[in-house]
Design a protein around this ligand. Structure first.
Ligand SMILES: [Ca+2]
Ligand SMILES: [Ca+2]
Ligand SMILES: [Ca+2]
Length: 269
């Protein structure tokens, strides 16, 4: 059977005999037919099969088969079925940005942004509190993150998003054409109770088309800033040249809205 792909947890042992027989198998070699405890699930004719499960990546397996024909003649020797399950290859990093240095993100890449304050920037954020933290002074890694207006200003509303949408786009990233591709990032989206569903934080993938892969919307509730993580599959963009477009908005009626992003990675497994 050779080598099965990584991730295989079950397979089917199968063999054919040149006459009708009842076949058994054992994980140990040299076990006489009568002493074998496992009989093929399908047997008695010339095609024999049995499911085996519990396989793990990197494992090597051997099963020893003996059969008894209609004349009650049992094989004196083992017929061996052996195979391995491929080891899982390591995770490779396709893209990584902790925002401690400038990797070439572009604010307002399409020239369509409408926000007047709280524009996305890479930097060391200052804490802002209004009925709880709305902008965090800490980041997930190092001291820098992407944040909507990093300064605290004289009041909570000084450097939050106002006036509409602010966007920032990553450098271009060549996605591999194979494997499991996962975009992961840390984020928060915070707003006061004057927010609404018009406000949002969005992560979009710009490839052949532009697709929203993550969205948080505002609501008329107080939502504090707390770093969380998100992961989304990028498998549908495999083989494409993409960029990551991050958008946040104070849209509709004015509200206190802040967002931040840190530690963006794309992995291939
Ligand atoms: Ca960071
Ligand atoms: Ca801000
Ligand atoms: Ca605002």
């Amino acid at each position: 059977m050779g080598t099965l792909p990584a991730g295989t947890t079950q397979t089917t042992l199968a063999l054919t005999t040149n006459e009708a027989a009842t076949c058994r198998y054992s994980p140990s070699a040299g076990v006489p037919y009568d002493a074998m405890t496992q009989t093929f699930a399908t047997t008695g004719g010339t095609a024999h099969s049995a499911p085996v499960s519990g396989l793990v990546d990197g494992g090597s397996y051997a099963f020893y088969v003996r059969c008894l024909d209609a004349a009650a003649n049992a094989n004196p020797d083992d017929f061996a079925i052996s195979f391995t399950v491929a080891a899982r290859v390591g995770v490779s990093l396709v893209f990584s940005d902790d925002f401690e240095t400038d990797h070439g993100w572009t604010r307002n890449p399409n020239g369509t942004d409408t926000a007047t304050t709280g524009l996305w920037e890479r930097g060391d954020p200052q804490a802002v509190s209004y009925n709880g933290p709305k902008q965090l002074g800490t980041t997930v890694s190092g001291v820098n993150a992407l944040v909507t207006g990093r300064l605290a200003g004289s009041s909570a509303g000084t450097h939050d998003i106002d006036g509409g949408v602010t966007s920032i786009r990553s450098p271009v990233i060549a996605l591999p054409s194979t494997g499991d591709l996962t975009l992961s990032f840390s984020y928060y989206f915070a707003h006061a109770s004057n927010s609404s569903s018009a406000d949002f934080l969005r992560v979009r993938i710009v490839g052949g088309t532009t697709t929203t892969v993550f969205e948080q919307r505002g609501a008329a509730t107080d939502r504090d800033a707390v770093w969380g993580t998100a992961s989304v599959s990028l498998n549908s963009f495999a083989g494409q040249i993409i960029s990551i477009l991050i958008e946040a908005a104070d849209a509709g009626s004015p509200s206190l809205v802040e967002a931040a992003i840190d530690d963006v990675t794309i992995t291939q497994r």
